[in-house]
Design a protein. Structure first.
Length: 102
């Protein structure tokens, strides 16, 4: 699989085949992110992609941040700074937020 061509979308069958082949297991975190971030279909276990994006972005990435994939793409491309903690919390609808302060 060519990980340098992130804009070519895989079909569902190709994504499943790549997932099952475990070829992604030999990729560096950068290769995983460069490929998976720009794919519409998940081609590797989410936890492996999540781990790679945290390594590449050098920060914790909360799972709800993936709802705005475009923001993560812009951050990865260096076109947008990492969100602040307040901005990350604000991504959660107010009616669903429960924040405990110790």
């Amino acid at each position: 699989m060519n990980t340098t061509e992130p804009t070519k979308q895989l079909t569902q069958e190709q994504a499943i085949a790549l997932y099952n082949s475990k070829e992604w297991a030999n990729w560096t975190p950068e290769q995983k992110v460069r490929f998976q971030l720009f794919q519409d279909r998940l081609c590797m276990p989410f936890d492996k992609f999540h781990e790679a994006i945290e390594i590449v972005l050098k920060r914790s990435v909360w799972t709800h941040e993936f709802a705005d994939r475009n923001a993560i793409m812009l951050e990865y491309l260096g076109e947008k700074p990492a969100p602040t903690f307040e901005e990350i919390v604000d991504m959660i609808p107010a009616e669903k937020r429960i924040i405990l302060k110790f």
